[in-house]
Ligand binder design. Structure first.
Ligand SMILES: [Zn+2]
Ligand SMILES: [Zn+2]
Length: 191
């Protein structure tokens, strides 16, 4: 059995000290992680993020708890094969995560997109001249998400649009998310 932290990693923020309302991992991101990891067994009662912010939080927690499979499965399906799961895993392991702060959630951009501005904190082990103490730094990013409806079962899920994945798609081709719109009028506006 892998042991898990009590407080969900996504609930820890060095910027705010309001720890009183922090959710436990089992009441926060764990059901989402478990759902995707056991997807092959039973697809009927899976729990999927109902907003881009929720997906962002579960992805952050998956990095902290080193669940690269969850990171891959929550990336847009057309990009999944282009991800390097081993690189994701080593990066997750090597990073000394220190907390998450959601700066802004823009839940509705156009028909099917959303953006989340966030800061993912980590401890830097670089020695500074003045002090050997670990100092906390942040990846400050604006991530884009797209809502995709599976036409077979009408199941709608949010996915992360990875801007670092090189896609061989032209601006006029149908979008990689399967929406039927042209790439440049759809996900191409965000990556
Ligand atoms: Zn969480
Ligand atoms: Zn699209």
């Amino acid at each position: 059995m892998q042991s898990y932290p009590d407080t969900c990693p996504c609930q820890i923020s060095p910027a705010s000290q309001s720890v009183s309302s922090a959710l436990l991992y089992k009441d926060c991101c764990q059901p989402y992680h478990d759902s995707l990891c056991h997807e092959e067994v039973d697809q009927s009662d899976g729990i999927y993020a109902d907003s881009a912010e929720r997906l962002m939080r579960t992805r952050y927690s998956a990095f902290v708890l080193v669940k690269p499979e969850y990171i891959v499965k929550t990336t847009l399906p057309a990009q999944q094969n282009l991800l390097d799961i081993n690189a994701i895993e080593s990066w997750a392991k090597e990073t000394d995560w220190a907390g998450l702060e959601i700066v802004e959630h823009m839940p509705k951009l156009g028909k099917r997109h959303a953006q989340v501005e966030f800061k993912a904190y980590f401890k830097s082990h670089e020695e500074t001249t003045s002090s050997l103490e670990k100092n906390i730094q942040a990846h400050h990013e604006l991530s884009a998400f797209v809502k995709v409806t599976n036409k077979a079962n009408n199941d709608t899920r949010w996915y992360f649009l990875d801007p670092t994945v090189a896609m061989t798609v032209s601006q006029k081709q149908p979008c990689i998310c399967g929406s039927g719109d042209k790439f440049k009028r759809c996900c191409g506006m965000y990556i």
